[in-house]
Write a protein that binds this ligand. Structure first.
Ligand code: GDP
Length: 296
């Protein structure tokens, strides 16, 4: 279910409820069930939806609402607040400082849009006057270095990688050292992906992270992976210290629920979303406008 559809379903459920002459527990339950269905179809994780439903019931205590209160508004506000709460882990992501060298490591499955997002992130900061650099520590996928090189060249961003070296740890460490010497203030390290979650991938991420000690690890997730979002995000979080999330492919048939699951699983905020294949199709993520759009 795309974002607008989810918003539409929730708005409809609330409208139906306010059309009822008396809003009693049965009407409220029907409305909440309708909203639950919409959230599940939008790939919000089952447990999150169930907890949210229970919280709303606690907040919206029909017996305690004085006559004349607009119950629809109260419920709408409760849903809004609950969704914001899920998306706000309460701790901001590490914020690199311009002029001070920071190392940012990107992790995520192959095809998630990781390499594209590394360049978008570098390009975004470059436009704001930073000196970014890109390191390709993906020695697993043939063609990974060429892809990063092509993107970096297009954006005029310095890059580092190797066609010969097979040890990702060595490349990551060398690349970071080189760009620190060159006074780059944002050293972005792209890592290997692989198709499936597998032990070897997580072990590699752990080793790369341990060797170069990144200031921030960003988990990149494809918004269309559905209910798998929570487990995937959690698996990465268990091997490296994920500190922020970027959700890609929010254009087209993007679903909103994955974002909620990724935050819940990593306890880290979403910082950007990818909205297309081009370098500038990249937006800062803001919780309240996102939830407003979600609710229509
Ligand atoms: P990686 O294997 O994780 O490094 O993924 P890539 O960066 O190679 O991206 C995989 C595919 O997704 C490419 O065709 C990208 O152009 C595409 N892609 C990445 N981000 C987005 C996005 O935000 N929107 C859309 N529509 N496509 C994207």
């Amino acid at each position: 279910m795309v974002l607008q559809q989810l918003g539409g379903s929730i708005t409809r459920a609330l409208q139906q409820m306010s059309n009822a002459t008396i809003i009693d527990e049965k009407v409220l339950n029907e409305c909440l069930n309708e909203i639950t269905r919409a959230l599940l179809q939008s790939d919000v994780q089952f447990k999150l939806v169930r907890d949210m439903q229970n919280n709303i019931k606690k907040i919206v205590n029909l017996d305690h609402l004085a006559a004349g209160h607009n119950k629809r508004n109260i419920i709408h506000k409760a849903i809004f607040n609950e969704l914001c709460k899920i998306l706000d882990p309460g701790k901001p992501a590490f914020a690199p400082k311009k002029g001070k060298p920071s190392v940012v490591m990107f992790v995520g499955l192959q095809g998630s849009g990781k390499t594209t997002t590394c360049t978008k992130y570098a390009f975004y900061h470059q436009k704001k006057g930073w000196k970014p650099a890109l390191v390709c520590a993906d020695t697993f996928r043939a063609g990974a270095f060429d892809q990063l090189k092509q993107n970096a060249t297009k954006a005029k961003i310095p890059f580092y990688g190797s066609y010969m070296e097979s040890d990702p740890v060595k490349i990551a460490v060398e690349g970071v050292e080189r760009f620190k010497k060159e006074n780059c203030d944002l050293i972005i390290v792209d890592t290997s992906g692989r198709h499936k979650q597998e032990a070897a991938l997580f072990e590699e991420m752990r080793q790369v992270s341990e060797a170069m000690k990144p200031d921030l690890v960003i988990f990149v997730m494809d918004s269309s992976i559905g209910q798998a979002a929570f487990d995937q995000a959690q698996a990465f979080k268990q091997s490296v210290a994920v500190g922020a999330v970027i959700i890609t492919k929010m254009d087209g048939h993007a679903k909103g629920g994955g974002a909620l699951s990724a935050v819940a699983a990593t306890k880290s905020p979403v910082i950007f979303i990818g909205t297309g294949e081009h370098m500038d199709e990249f937006e800062i993520f803001d919780v309240k406008p996102f939830v407003s759009r979600l609710l229509g």
